[in-house]
Design a protein around this ligand. Structure first.
Ligand code: SF4
Ligand code: SF4
Length: 738
């Protein structure tokens, strides 16, 4: 070993020792913070599916690749990072000896080729990512950036390190070429040979370049170890765990979350008959009351801003950004952690758990952080502003976009649950809806005995469950479908089409109450449970004696469809639930319904969040509309898609119980969506949800475009094509809601 190698070896060992010590300390700290969360035993089920999903999502980059160029570039950088680790390891042999290399695989032409190719593609990939970050920087003139609120220096730092380490790999190899110590052929490593042709034959060059490469890599490790909230770097390690422990590993990648989690306390679902707010946790009021998976979510955020770029609240000027919400919770959790780890924290009655001696060593900033209310406005010094919390429509766009499977909607609803159930603090206008649900079983407060009014004048009998036993489908009408004038037209259209197709169905009539979706999404789990239990009982009775496959329900409201199909199982109600567009698509494809009249004037389709993103029903409504557009086989026009459609559809603004809250901040979400729909030039905007119908109709009317554009359900479009002379329900006017 020459004198240069002695120096490079000592320096490499010293910086590595410091970096590894700091990194181990950082990992222990992160594990300790994440373990502060509440238990989540359900995250350890079905490990095979979890492992498969994790491998597919990481190795296949299934989330990222939807972003085309960015996804491809990030894939090469990820693979480059793994290979880079091998090359960094190799550098430790090279600081010791200029001819050094990895044992066993070092020297194999195939190793030289693979590392060369990946290093070249990784260099191109990181160049692309840097260019995208610079082009989308928040400070650029004009336009909104998905990086707004992200810690930009951290992103630039990580990308610069990756670039520098890749470049140094070529420099090391170049010095080996120049000094004739390179063992790989030109065909396998052409770039390294080209770099070598430019470098002098400096014998110490290899070891010095290897030291620089190690120093850069270890500087990166030191910086991230000193910044445990640096998700842009830590996600490289945490993403695997976060994806493995996602809530619904079997759901297709990119789904919204669909059902909500039941309320839990100490990892067990809460039973409201026995629950005691002084002993059981009701939602989340302190950051440590999230589950450990919640704290892992916050730690894993890469600050990429994909969620923010799709969020309807953020895009219409509301204070909510799912990214900033996650970052606020993360920063608060890590700042409060020393207090919690010292034994601090409030019990469920609000009493401090730690003694003064336990907290004596903490600085004032930590104690001040611990004192912050989780939800509170600027004056109260809250971590999350109430306007942020209540702006969410639970549309799921953030969850669908997030490349590391962060579950924003669950966290938002958990915080809402505490605010509603314990603090009674929520937008006051929603109180009427909650009272109506409790007293009348529907959000409008309409009399229960008017639930069947929509059947009047249909020209055929709509049987009730109990009057007939051999019905194939139980038609779940929903509160909107029973009480809201526009939705009643859809209900009548569906009933007419089912009757036309010879499908036997029955309704619950006055036996039906609200599915509970608005209560659950606003955070009132108590009212949800009350309504859901009642409905589950009624439905179980209606299907008594039937096998699972014959417990079939058709629903016109995607919120009911989601709640009955995905959430009632939590309460012992297992049913086969379809949305009416799925059933209609089946009836058309099997020839039981025949469109005869093409629909003209152009049609566009708005995907409801709870049908599309949350439950991935994208094709069925499009198939129905396609058949209506080409009714009778005559040439019609194609469906005109809006720029934001399918997975990336833009919310109407009504989900998450926002339907019953005023929209006081920013641009109205429904207006934004209506402008997009009108930009297609279509005369008909087809919807598959009564709430979307209300919101988009309001938007069209607000723009004074009621004469040019019609918002109508997919079922009504089909009915016009199947029975051009019939338009049931078109004449209904008087609202029945109280
Ligand atoms: S669910 Fe929708 S509205 Fe709520 S934060 Fe996510 S993207 Fe925004
Ligand atoms: S998409 Fe996910 S990782 Fe990216 S900023 Fe949003 S929460 Fe963080």
């Amino acid at each position: 070993m020459g004198s240069v190698q002695i120096v490079t070896t000592v320096l490499a060992a010293a910086i590595t020792a410091v970096a590894v010590w700091l990194a181990v300390r950082a990992v222990l700290k992160m594990v300790a913070v994440i373990r502060l969360g509440q238990p989540a035993p359900e995250r350890f089920t079905d490990k095979g599916t979890r492992a498969r999903t994790m491998l597919v999502e990481t190795a296949g980059h299934t989330r990222m690749l939807r972003w085309g160029v960015v996804g491809a570039a990030h894939w090469f950088v990820m693979v480059g990072f793994i290979v880079l680790s091998l090359l960094v390891l190799e550098a430790y042999f090279e600081v010791v000896s200029p001819t050094g290399g990895l044992p066993l695989i070092g020297g194999l032409a195939v190793y030289g080729l693979v590392t060369e190719v990946i290093a070249v593609l990784g260099t191109v990939g990181i160049g692309v990512l840097i260019a995208i970050r610079v082009r989308n920087r928040p400070t650029r003139p004009g336009g909104r950036s998905r990086f707004t609120g992200s810690t930009m220096w951290q992103g630039y730092f990580v990308e610069a390190v990756v670039l520098a380490v890749l470049v140094m790999g070529f420099v090391i190899r170049g010095f080996k070429v120049a000094t004739d110590h390179f063992e790989y052929p030109v065909w396998a490593t052409p770039v390294s040979h080209a770099v070598g042709a430019l470098l002098p034959a400096w014998p110490a060059g290899v070891s010095v370049a290897a030291l620089i490469k190690i120093a850069i890599s270890m500087t990166w490790l030191i910086v991230i170890a000193l910044n445990v909230t640096m998700g842009v770097a830590w996600h490289r390690f945490l993403a695997f765990f976060n994806i493995f422990f996602k809530r619904e590993p079997a759901r297709p990648a990119g789904s919204g979350l669909g059902p909500l989690r039941p309320m839990t306390s100490q990892g067990k679902p809460l039973d409201f008959e026995e629950a005691d707010p002084e002993k059981d946790q009701f939602g989340v009021a302190q950051v440590e009351q999230f589950t450990w998976k919640g704290l892992l979510d916050f730690s894993t955020c890469t600050e990429c801003g994909r969620c923010q770029s799709q969020c309807p609240a953020w895009n219409t000027g509301k204070p909510l950004s799912p990214k900033l919400l996650v970052l606020s919770l993360r920063d608060h959790a890590y700042a409060k952690a020393p207090y919690l780890l010292a034994g601090g924290g409030k019990d469920l009655t609000g009493e401090e758990k730690a003694t003064a001696a336990q907290l004596a060593h903490l600085d004032v900033l930590t104690l001040a952080e611990a004192d912050k209310p989780l939800i509170g406005d600027a004056e109260a010094g809250g971590v999350i502003d109430p306007d942020v919390l209540w702006s969410c429509t639970t549309c799921g766009a953030c969850v669908e976009q997030c490349p590391v499977d962060i579950e924003h909607v669950d966290h938002i609803v958990d915080m809402r649950r505490y605010q509603v159930l314990i603090e009674s603090s929520f937008p006051s206008e929603a109180g009427v809806m909650l009272r109506n649900l409790e007293n009348k079983g529907n959000p409008w407060g309409a009399p229960q005995n008017t639930r069947e009014d929509w059947t009047k004048g249909l020209g055929f009998e709509v049987p009730r469950v109990g009057e007939v036993d051999d019905f194939e489908y139980l038609f779940w009408v929903g509160c909107a479908g029973a009480f809201e004038d526009r939705a009643k037209k859809t209900t009548r259209a569906v009933a007419t089409l089912l009757n036309e197709a010879g499908v036997s169905f029955a309704i619950l009539g006055e036996g039906e109450t609200c599915s509970g979706d608005p209560a659950r999404r606003i955070g009132n789990e108590f009212v949800f449970q009350m309504l859901a239990q009642q409905n589950v009982e009624t439905l179980n009775e209606a299907f008594e004696g039937r096998e699972q496959a014959k417990r079939k329900i058709v629903a016109t409201c995607p919120h009911c469809f989601n709640t009955l199909g995905n959430e009632y199982g939590q309460l012992g109600g297992e049913f086969e639930v379809v949305h009416h567009t799925q059933l209609l698509a089946h009836l058309v494809s099997t020839g039981r319904l025949t469109p005869v009249q093409p629909v003209d004037g152009g049609v566009t389709y708005h995907d409801p969040c709870y049908l599309g993103r949350h439950n991935r029903v994208f094709a069925a409504p499009r198939e129905v509309l396609g058949s209506a557009l080409n009714g009778g086989g005559r040439a019609g026009t194609d469906l005109i898609e809006m720029p934001r459609n399918s997975e990336r559809s833009f919310c109407c603004g009504a989900g998450g119980a926002r339907m019953w809250m005023e929209e006081k901040i920013g641009k109205r979400i429904n207006v934004d969506r209506v402008e997009e729909a009108m930009s297609t030039g279509a005369r008909t905007v087809a919807v598959g949800c009564p709430f979307c119908s209300t919101m988009l109709n309001d938007g069209v009317n607000g723009k004074g475009a009621g004469e040019q554009v019609e918002v109508v359900d997919v079922a009504s479009v089909l009915l016009r094509s199947v029975k051009p002379d019939t338009a049931p329900g078109e004449k209904e006017t008087a609202p029945t809601a109280g």
